[in-house]
Design a protein around this ligand. Structure first.
Ligand SMILES: Cc1cc2nc3c(=O)[nH]c(=O)nc-3n(C[C@H](O)[C@H](O)[C@H](O)COP(=O)(O)OP(=O)(O)OC[C@H]3O[C@@H](n4cnc5c(N)ncnc54)[C@H](O)[C@@H]3O)c2cc1C
Length: 201
C-alpha cells in the first residue's frame, strides 16, 4: 500500500515527487511509501524548447529534461519508487484505499496525484466525472482540466499541472506540482503548515 502515487512523469509530477522525496528527514514522512508512474511518451516536454523557464539554461530541450529529471529523482531520492512504462487506465475505490490500474498491473494507494496534462486524450476511468473544459485555454484547443479547489479534486485525489487548470508554462506546472507536494506534507504533519528546504547552513 502506497501512501501516495503520482500519475505522470512530466513537469508537475516529477516536481511533486522531488519535493516529497526531499522531505524524507522529517519524522512524519520517514515511514511514508511514495511512488510515481514515470510514463513520459505523451509529455508536453517531448517537443518543447526552453529559453524562458527560470533556472533552466536557454536552449534546453524538453526531450533532454525528461530523462534528466527521472535520473535526478533516482539519484537524490532513491526511496521513491519509479514505475516505468505503465499507463494508468482506471482508478477505483476511495480515499485511504484506492486501486490504480495500469495496462500491466494494479497498485493500492491511500492518495493519488494526477499529473497527466490537459490533453484532449485524457481517459482515466473513475476520474471522467471530474473533467470540465479548461478554464485558462482557448476553446479551439479543446483542452480539459479536472474540477478542483486549490488542486484538491476530492478527498485523497489531487491534480497538478496543466490538468489542474493552469496555463501551459513549465514554471507554472512545476510550481503546481510543488504546491501539491507541500499540501500533502502538511496533511501528513497533522495539518501543521510545512515545506521542504535544503540549505548550506
Ligand atoms: C511544443 C511545446 C513547446 C513548449 N514551449 C514552452 C516554453 O517555451 N516555455 C514554457 O514555459 N513552456 C513551454 N511549453 C509548455 C510546457 O512543456 C508544459 O506547460 C508542461 O510540460 C506541462 O506540465 P504537465 O506536468 O502539466 O504535463 P507534462 O509535462 O506533459 O506531463 C504529463 C505526463 O503524464 C504522462 N501521462 C499521460 N497520460 C498518462 C497515463 N494515463 N498514465 C501515466 N502517465 C501518463 C505523460 O507521458 C507525461 O509524462 C511547451 C509545450 C509544448 C508542447
Amino acid at each position: 500500500m502506497f501512501d501516495v502515487l503520482i500519475i505522470g512523469g512530466g513537469v508537475s509530477g516529477i516536481s511533486c515527487a522531488l519535493i516529497l522525496g526531499s522531505a524524507k528527514k522529517k519524522p512524519f514522512v520517514a515511514d511514508k511509501k511514495i511512488g510515481i508512474f514515470t510514463h513520459q511518451k505523451s509529455s508536453n516536454l517531448q517537443e518543447a524548447l526552453f529559453n524562458n523557464a527560470y533556472g533552466i539554461p536557454a536552449g534546453t530541450l524538453g526531450s533532454d529534461l525528461l530523462p534528466q529529471s527521472t535520473q535526478q529523482l533516482q539519484d537524490q531520492y532513491p526511496h521513491i519508487s519509479q514505475i516505468e512504462n505503465e499507463k494508468v487506465i482506471r482508478i477505483e475505490g476511495f480515499a485511504g484505499n484506492f486501486t490504480v490500474v495500469t495496462n500491466k498491473n494494479s497498485y493500492l494507494t491511500k492518495a493519488i496525484v494526477v499529473a497527466v496534462n490537459s490533453s484532449q486524450t485524457f481517459a482515466i476511468e473513475g476520474l471522467m466525472h471530474y473533467v470540465i473544459p479548461h478554464k485558462k485555454s482557448i476553446p479551439e484547443k479543446n483542452r480539459f482540466q479536472l474540477e478542483n479547489t486549490d488542486h484538491l479534486v476530492a478527498e485523497g485525489i489531487y491534480v497538478a499541472g496543466t490538468l489542474a487548470g493552469w496555463r501551459s508554462q513549465l514554471a507554472i506546472a512545476a510550481g503546481s506540482g510543488a504546491s501539491v507536494a507541500t499540501d500533502i506534507l502538511t496533511l501528513w504533519n497533522d495539518g501543521n503548515q510545512t515545506h521542504a528546504h535544503d540549505s548550506i547552513r
